[in-house]
Design a protein around this ligand. Structure first.
Ligand SMILES: O=C(O)CCC(=O)C(=O)O
Ligand SMILES: [Fe+2]
Length: 377
């Protein structure tokens, strides 16, 4: 029997790697850009099957995923509320993604977090490397999810922090430069936390469940943040900004840099669909945890980021998940004879550990929880 994981021992242990790892040389893509002009090191060049097709007249149109108006859920009349809940349920079932407008978060705060994030990424590399992401770990500056020398690298610089509970914080990784960085992260993460709670309660209602079901189940929810900076890439047809993956969270909130190019793509019906940013909206996606809890009714969608030849791109991503202590599995309301159980029960801390100690590879991480379909005739 595996012992359950608590937030305290997770930070000490996490990520727990069975062997010392050799990740080889990880070039900083912003520095590459400065030094090498058009030469892309082989480690960034994807195998042909993985390369992003550049837009042609045949490529799927950039799509606006469903847009949910939060004000209609918070204070709309009965009809507006009902309509928006139906839209929410359809978005989660069909896309696992939606954008939220009128979310109530001060637009100045969204601008401010973007500003400090960009200021951070524009610092000299020596300054950023004062907060290093150690190989195999997921906090600090660097590239996460790299576990071997021959693994392909993403055309991205990341900066990530654990936020809640406090025990997952590593104070040495909180930048003092830019001066407003850490304060802004604190304010922003409190606002995003409220949004996650509200959205989860509407997601519960959209499933016909009590609004507070997830809040009660999750305990003190874990919250972490990652800023992804994708510099322009001379050969966007050869590289990926971020490898295909689903998120291990319950819910993810993604803020795209204002005026940035399209970079996020979602795999839908085996086609990578570029997602058109909507002004002042936040992109929300269902993570693996909600997929398990709803027994696959709401699915975490596979997504990735691509780069652009001339333009950079920033995304600021919040992951909201249950406390590591809790055990999860499909909720009884989601299982019946037409919807047989698809996932086993497990400790969420174990899943988090599994997620952060494996490379990003589509939805493979969720095999951890899948019950193989019954093959008997
Ligand atoms: O940059 C993006 O749009 C995607 C980011 C993302 O999926 C992630 O950080 O998990
Ligand atoms: Fe993601």
């Amino acid at each position: 029997m595996s012992s359950s994981i608590t937030s305290k021992n997770l930070i000490i242990m996490a990520p727990v790697l069975k062997f010392p790892i050799n990740v080889g040389r990880i070039d900083d893509v912003q520095e590459l850009k400065k030094s090498r002009k058009n030469n892309i090191p082989n480690r960034f060049v994807r195998d042909i099957a993985e390369r992003p097709a550049l837009a042609t007249s045949h490529s799927p149109m950039s799509t606006s995923i469903p847009v949910i108006d939060l004000s209609k859920l918070m204070k709309g009349n009965k009809e507006e509320f009902h309509f928006e809940i139906l839209k929410l349920s359809a978005s989660c079932e069909e896309w696992g993604f939606f954008q939220v407008i009128n979310h109530g978060i001060d637009l100045n705060l969204l601008e401010k977090i973007e500003k400090v994030a960009m200021e951070f990424f524009m610092l000299p590399v020596e300054e950023k490397q004062k907060y290093p992401m150690a190989p195999g770990t997921v906090q600090g500056y660097g590239q996460a999810f790299v576990f071997s020398e021959d693994q392909k690298l993403d055309w991205c610089n990341m900066f990530a922090l654990g936020l809640v509970p406090h025990s997952i914080r590593n104070p040495k990784l909180w930048p003092t430069n830019p001066p407003m960085f850490s304060d802004t992260v604190e304010t922003y993460s409190k606002e995003i936390r409220k949004l996650c709670k509200d959205l989860l309660s509407f997601i519960a209602l959209s499933l016909g469940l009590r609004g507070n079901v997830f809040e009660e189940m999750f305990g003190l929810s874990v919250q972490a943040m990652r800023m992804n900076y994708y510099p322009p890439c001379p050969r966007p047809d050869l590289v990926l900004g971020l490898s295909p993956h689903s998120d291990g969270s319950a819910l993810t909130v993604l803020q795209q840099g204002k005026g940035n190019t399209v970079g996020l793509q979602i795999l839908k019906n085996n086609t990578w669909v570029p997602i058109q940013p909507v002004r002042n909206a936040l992109v929300i996606n269902v993570g693996d945890t909600i997929e398990v809890l709803t027994n696959g009714r709401y699915k975490s969608s596979e997504h990735r980021a691509v780069t652009h030849k001339d333009k950079d791109r920033l995304s600021i991503v919040t992951f909201y998940a249950p406390s590591y202590e809790i055990e999860i599995g499909p909720m009884s309301e989601m299982v019946d004879e037409n919807n047989p159980i698809k996932y086993r029960r497990y400790n969420h801390g174990e899943y988090s550990k599994h997620y952060v100690t494996n490379k990003l590879q589509g939805k493979k991480t969720l095999d951890f929880a899948k019950i193989p379909p019954n093959n008997s005739f």
